[in-house]
Design a protein around this ligand. Sequence first.
Ligand code: TRP
Length: 437
Amino acid sequence: MTKTNHLWKSRWTFIMAATGSAVGLGNIWKFPYITGEYGGGAFVLVYLACILLVGIPVMMSEVMLGRAGRSDPIDSMLKLSRQSAASPGWSLVGISGVLAGMMILAFYSVVAGWALEYVWQSASGHYNGVEASAIENHFGELTSDISRQLIWHTVFIALTAGVVAAGVSKGIGAAVDTLMPTLFILMIILVAYAIFEGDFAAGAAFLFTPDFSKLSGETILVALGHAFFTLSLGMGAIMVYGSYMPSGGNIGTTVLLIAFFDTAIALLAGLAIFPIVFSNGLQPGAGPGLMFVTLPLAFNSLPAGNLMGTIFFALVSIAALSSSISLIEPGVAWLEKHRIPRLASTLALALTGWAGGALCIHYGSVFDFLDYVTANIMLPLGGLLIAIFTGWILSPDRVKNEIGFKSFRMHKIWLWIIRVVAPAGIVLIFANSLGLI
Ligand code: TRP
């Protein structure tokens, strides 16, 4: 069932929507802090390898499956497996995707709530002439204040539900078109600030000098998990976005562009944050508070810091919003397909996500569990199954037509990665982190 209001206007709108989904808290908040926790350069190198060898090829598959299936992830997988005379059990990929989306939404909206709180604090001049230590303490105060977190978390879920209920194409398509470039420009300004005011050499060295003694099975699994998380892969978000894509057109170059934008924003965020960490004597391994402590510190000593801080955290919130809508869209599309009105579907899923977020706020262990299990287990597993399904279950002719590479050589390379390299890589990384090899 394809309705015209469920199609993107153009390839560019698809690129912006997928980039909106990809670029989010994963890039600006999570990437710098896990890079800090897992030791810097070596982690970054493994992460880049995962993006190139697993993330990009799997993203191409996921877009292709969506465009070929033309439905929500559960029904797309069902339809494609029937057409290939394969087990309907492949729809489990879609089911686990819908579940993973809700699980991610739960903790994601808590962090997005923190960003909203920082918008408010910056806008109301809270950081004016405040001691650096007070800024550092603010994050700890916020994360131990349950009711304040609940308020902002509720605001964020409501915003997400509002956008999704209104439909994806017009609202979000138009919004991300201007917001994503603005985010990019602000990020460059922050990096410039880090160059002049921070310890840029130390920050860049931390990001780009690999110390391989810091690599362990766990580090590699986290890098792989983050590659999936940051590209929004392995749970059908990109699949459902692909199903709204006009037919024809080269999926390969489209995906390369999305992955390039996503990686650039993550690296720029690292280059904005670590120089400030080192020049203020903070710890790179400070954990989830890293962005929330370093950036207000930087803004505090900037001319027009309040304004910059307000704009920056507003953009982080918007980046989070354009990502969170893709977390519930697969489930909403599925309910809608089964004749539940879009508004009711959205409300049901938003409420579930809200309840999960409330649990995360009350119990830090729920937050950590959801974050770990989705990124490091469910998404890579989803990606593994997507690669196997594309490479070994769908008919090779159909795959070749759908993916639409112009060069036969590129097609062969991609197919070889999808059949062998990506699945083997994911299995080896799983086995290694379980201590089996
Ligand atoms: N990619 C987003 C980020 O980095 C998070 C996200 C949105 C996501 N949709 C997803 C992660 C789907 C996995 C799957 O912030």
